[in-house]
Design a binder for this molecule. Structure first.
Ligand SMILES: Cc1cc2nc3c(=O)[nH]c(=O)nc-3n(C[C@H](O)[C@H](O)[C@H](O)COP(=O)(O)O)c2cc1C
Ligand code: SF4
Length: 518
């Protein structure tokens, strides 16, 4: 009987040689007369272990990593096909602490299955949510999503059920589901991982959304930097169409739903929903003023649900297991699980899905294992380039929308980027302003002009030119951007800037004038 060996096809694994590892395993197996079946799975999200090779044994799946092509012969020598020990061995995959500690609802199948096998998908509970949705009325589906407490995972944390109800109640000849897969936040990769590792869950979530609000067409808007995700999504859509999951009659029901992938050039602002809609329509990615809400006048002026990949990929499990099941995870008004992306200077970077409520410090020091440089953590930026920097003194802040807001930050798309004590926070503040200046769509003055002025003011502080006066000016400028910008790009850039200045004043301390020193 053949032995099944799993080698991820996720971009993070490919980047460190997964194709070469798979080819080496096939070659070595043939040379040794071993009957091996290689499955290209998604990633388990333990990125420091990629390429993570798994072998299916009687005891369960055994993990080996990080594997390079040069290690393959020694794996065979050690007898890895029977799960034998090897210096790269980690025992049973499911017992690896990083994975064992997680609650995987959205990522339940990611890394487990062959992403393009519908048989695998069905075997692991796939399509159960859609089947149950079809048996309900559209209003009941919306009610279940509302009851689940799911809030948008793209950044703003808006209740998904309420958004869906607005679109469902709108009268129109055509409505759309737009999946925001732009994923521009620094240190984030959850959307990419699910598209590459479990694309059918997104298709299923979008089909449920379509049925719930009366939309027959969906678009996945992603960026050209995600070629693997694009290829997997497109193939999965073809397979779903052939299998009757998409098309004129979804799973034989009276509902029609079809979808396609659209690729943007990768401007950060095109992740903002109205800018995204412009880009989808073939226009420049400039932010639209709200109102009208996209829910009422979105794509091509029609009522449109715009949801993040994570929000839509969480829908099938909610419909399958019921809203209470999902709602019972988490704390306060943050229900369910959140796929946290641990990145930056960390020993154990990767995807960690857990119920809301873990303290930030536990994520960084215990789960992430502290810095890979071995130096003390100085700052953690949560929520992408518009998120605040947290010093270790705020590490007891729990991962929960309200707790982060109260601490002067935001969860955003749940990206956590760690910096050690070699980081200069003034430079980070300058970078935030510069990023805003580069990515600004140019529609409103506080962002377009303010960000450029912001870079200049930070530079003056760095050079010791009237630092106290310029710090007051920077704060004033941040307030103008915060309250005067049309969208969150200009409106939230003050978060990293002000948190850097507030929590790390030593990096903004007056230094002698460069001229004076010369
Ligand atoms: C500058 C900017 C960039 C954004 N980038 C993204 C993104 O890459 N992905 C995303 O889902 N939402 C992004 N958002 C948030 C979207 O505007 C919108 O709130 C989200 O897609 C709604 O989906 P959700 O309710 O499921 O979170 C961004 C917002 C701003 C202001
Ligand atoms: S805040 Fe910036 S990105 Fe947003 S609308 Fe204004 S100029 Fe455009």
């Amino acid at each position: 009987m053949s032995v099944t060996v799993f080698v991820p096809r996720d971009a993070a694994a490919l980047a460190v040689g997964a194709d070469k590892v798979a080819a080496a395993i096939a070659r070595e197996a043939e040379a040794r007369g071993e009957d091996v079946r290689i499955v290209r799975n998604g990633s388990r999200g333990m990125l420091w272990l990629e390429v993570l090779v798994e072998v299916r044994t009687e005891k369960g799946r055994m993990a080996y990593g990080p594997v390079r092509a040069a290690d393959v012969a020694s794996l065979f020598d050690a007898g890895f096909l029977t799960g034998a020990d090897h210096p790269l061995g980690h025992g049973l995959t499911k017992e690896i602490p990083f994975l064992k500690g997680q609650t995987r609802l959205t990522f339940a199948r990611c890394g487990v299955t062959d992403p393009l096998s519908l048989e695998d998908y069905r075997h692991y509970q796939g399509l159960k949510g859609l089947e149950k949705a079809i048996a309900l009325s559209p209003a009941e589906i919306v009610a279940q999503v509302t009851q689940s407490g799911l809030r948008g995972r793209g950044g703003a944390g808006f209740p998904t059920g309420i958004k869906w109800k607005t679109v469902a109640d709108a009268k129109a000849d055509q409505k759309y589901i737009v999946c925001n897969a732009d994923e521009g936040d620094s240190g984030t990769f959850a959307d990419r991982m699910i598209m590459e590792g479990d694309p059918f869950v997104l298709i299923e979530g979008m089909a449920i959304a379509g049925i719930a609000v009366g939309a027959t067409k969906g678009y996945v808007y992603t960026r050209s930097e995600y070629p693997h995700a694009i290829a997997v999504m497109q193939e999965a859509i073809e397979i779903a169409r052939r299998d009757g999951i998409l098309g004129a009659s979804v799973l034989g029901s009276p509902y029609a739903f079809d979808m396609e992938v659209r690729v943007g050039a990768g401007a950060y602002v095109c992740g903002e929903e109205t800018s995204l809609l412009n880009s989808l329509e073939g226009k420049r990615g400039v932010v639209r003023a709200k109102p009208p809400l996209p829910a009422l006048q979105g794509l091509f002026g029609k009522p449109t649900v715009v949801n993040n990949v994570m929000s839509l990929a969480s829908i099938p499990v909610i419909l399958d297991r019921g809203p209470e099941f999902y709602r019972d995870f988490g704390v306060g008004r943050s229900h369910g699980t959140i796929p946290i992306q641990l990145a930056g200077n960390l020993k154990h970077g990767g995807l960690y899905e857990t119920a809301f409520g873990l303290p930030l410090g536990q994520l960084v020091n215990e789960i992430g294992g502290g810095t890979i440089s071995g130096r003390p953590v100085k700052a953690v930026q949560v929520g992408g380039p518009l998120g605040a920097y947290f010093p270790p003194s705020l590490f007891d802040t729990i991962f929960d929308y309200e707790a982060f807001t109260a601490a002067g930050g935001l969860i955003g798309h749940a990206g956590v980027v760690v910096f050690d004590d070699s980081v200069d926070m003034l430079k980070q503040a300058r970078f935030a302003m510069e990023f805003c200046a580069v990515e600004s769509c140019g529609k409103c003055t506080p962002c377009r002009i303010g960000s450029t002025r912001g870079v200049e003011v930070v530079d003056r502080i760095a050079r010791g030119i009237e630092p106290e006066k310029n710090k007051v000016l920077l704060e004033d400028l941040c307030n103008t951007m915060k309250f005067g910008s049309l969208c969150a790009l200009g409106g939230f850039t003050p978060y990293p800037v002000m948190s850097a200045m507030t929590h790390f004043p030593e990096d903004f301390a007056p230094t002698p004038l460069v001229e004076a020193a010369e």
